[in-house]
Design a protein around this ligand. Structure first.
Ligand code: ZN
Ligand code: ZN
Length: 191
């Protein structure tokens, strides 16, 4: 008795709520319409700041909004989140500590399941009529984030002795400075 039209039903993003929870931030999406219909989907096109998501431990500033374009589809009761996420952020060069402007563009593909029994390590749980997509988006960002950022491959860093920026300054101590790992060897050869 279900109409073909509702299979391709598109519910616009007016049903997104931003709810402050335990000081955090959540992108809640009402999925009750698509839960009724296998194959139905919701299109998403959002641009949100991640400032309230706790990303401080990354050492990067996520100062511009995260753009996400994609959809949530009901595939036999499993809600599939697919799409592309783009964001700009500021990191610090690990050699000279200068700010580095970076950007990320990643494909997202995550599953939400209703019960713990269907859940594997890769999927997320949903409850009731809502799914919260901030956690999978954040997880994807963290996974994609490089361990180290460098302003440019040739960056010479800062002098470990006087702290000057070796990209713009040439200090006198650079010649003497040795790799601390080699200090021990130097003593060894002296004896
Ligand atoms: Zn640098
Ligand atoms: Zn120096």
């Amino acid at each position: 008795m279900k109409s073909k039209i509702s299979l391709t039903m598109v519910v616009l993003v007016s049903i997104i709520f931003f709810v402050g929870l335990r000081g955090g931030f959540s992108l809640k999406i009402d999925v009750h319409e698509i839960l009724r219909e296998n194959g139905a989907h919701i299109e998403l096109d959002l641009s949100e700041r991640l400032e309230d998501l706790d990303m401080s431990d990354t050492g990067c500033d996520f100062d511009s909004p995260v753009a996400f374009k994609g959809m949530i589809s009901n595939v036999k009761g499993i809600l599939k989140l697919t799409g592309r996420l783009k964001l700009d952020y500021t990191a610090k060069c690990y050699r000279c500590l200068k700010e580095v402007k970076c950007s990320m563009d990643i494909g997202i593909e995550e599953n939400f399941v209703k019960s713990e029994t269907e859940k594997d390590d890769e999927s997320y749980l949903y409850e009731g009529d809502y799914i919260e997509i901030d956690k999978p988006l954040k997880d994807n960002i963290l996974l994609e984030l490089p361990m180290k950022h460098v302003c440019e491959e040739e960056c010479r860093g800062i002098c470990p002795k006087c702290g000057c920026d070796l990209n713009s300054t040439q200090c006198d101590c650079t010649e003497e400075s040795t790799d601390p790992r080699l200090e021990g060897l130097k003593d060894f050869f002296k004896n």
